[in-house]
Write a new protein. Structure first.
Ligand code: ADP
Ligand code: MG
Length: 284
């Protein structure tokens, strides 16, 4: 068994609403579930053990996620196990993926982007303060907590610690993982630290402001070629109305030298976050 400490008898504790599917992962289904004793409604990730290549990897995800306690990271409340599944009981997010919201609009505008990016950097700074590198930051992995709220009033929550790793002391990580659009150049060179997450955050911010990724091509291999060169632009039409402070924060995140790159904590006190924009008025 995976872990003798995990509780048993999921059906006794939870009413699983199999029809209320919230999402699919590579080896999992996420549905709505109600705690029979408390009435609390949760998100339940059911992982089929037979589909998990390495039980160790799932254990890693659980151990890291369990230790996270931050308003911008989905809480993991409990773990259950039966012969065929492992179940993760999580805080329920009702608003879907940030990815889908971004797909609906051309740009979030600076006000919306600022409200979202403040939460993205807060979640990343918290992970890094605990020595954890998420390694898969992307809009698919940020969920909207509230169902029908405008984006600038919504709580965002980070999910999926499936690729997360503790940073080795005085060392670096070497495995090439992640998603082409968001991956940092030093990850491709296989020697990186938590700064790789800040690069991905910069990619997310860029997408929020112009609707397209900074390193964009049809094939992954072509995307990666652009990433390695750090070749992107903020010259096209949409960028003309974006403030220079927003652009300077993106540049600080997409700094090629990861030792010179801004940290998530410093990003939170970047000038771009100092002002609360009057709607529609240019900032600079
Ligand atoms: P995997 O590790 O298999 O990729 P994820 O943890 O990414 O699984 O979850 C798969 C999908 O389920 C997510 O993309 C999301 O749409 C949905 N989901 C995951 N966690 C929650 C949650 N706490 N609340 C609502 N939906 C969720
Ligand atoms: Mg996922």
């Amino acid at each position: 068994d995976m872990n003798d400490g995990y509780e048993q008898n999921i059906e006794e504790r939870f009413d699983l609403d199999e029809k209320a599917k919230l999402g699919d992962g590579a080896f999992s289904v996420v549905t709505r579930a109600t705690n029979r004793a408390t009435g609390a409604v949760r998100a339940m990730k059911s992982v089929l053990k037979s589909r998990v290549q390495k039980v160790e990897a799932l254990k890693n995800e659980i151990d890291l996620a369990r230790d996270m306690d931050h308003p911008n990271i989905v809480r993991l409340y409990g773990i259950y196990e039966d012969p065929r599944h492992v179940y993760l009981v999580m805080e329920l997010c009702e608003g879907g993926e940030l990815f889908d919201r971004l797909s609906e609009v051309y740009s979030l505008g600076e006000k919306g982007a600022r409200a979202c990016m403040r939460q993205v950097f807060a979640s990343v700074a918290y992970c890094h303060s605990k020595g954890i590198v998420h390694r898969d930051l992307k809009p698919e992995n940020y969920l909207l907590y509230d169902k029908d709220k405008p984006l600038d009033q919504t709580l965002l929550k980070l999910i999926d610690f499936g690729l997360a790793k503790p940073l080795p002391e005085a060392g670096c990580l070497r495995t090439r993982v992640g998603t082409a659009y968001y991956v940092a150049p030093e990850v491709l060179a296989q020697a990186y630290t938590e700064a790789a997450d800040v690069w991905s955050s910069g990619v997310i911010m860029y997408i929020m402001l112009c609707g397209a990724p900074p390193f964009n091509a049809d094939k992954d291999s072509d995307i990666l070629r652009l990433v390695k060169k750090g070749q992107y632009s903020m010259e096209s039409g949409v960028w003309r109305t974006v403030s220079t402070t927003a652009k300077s924060l993106i540049k600080a995140c997409l700094e090629m030298d990861h030792k010179k790159r801004i940290t998530a904590q410093d990003a939170l006190s970047h000038e771009w976050f100092h002002r609360d924009e009057v709607d529609g008025a240019p900032l600079d």
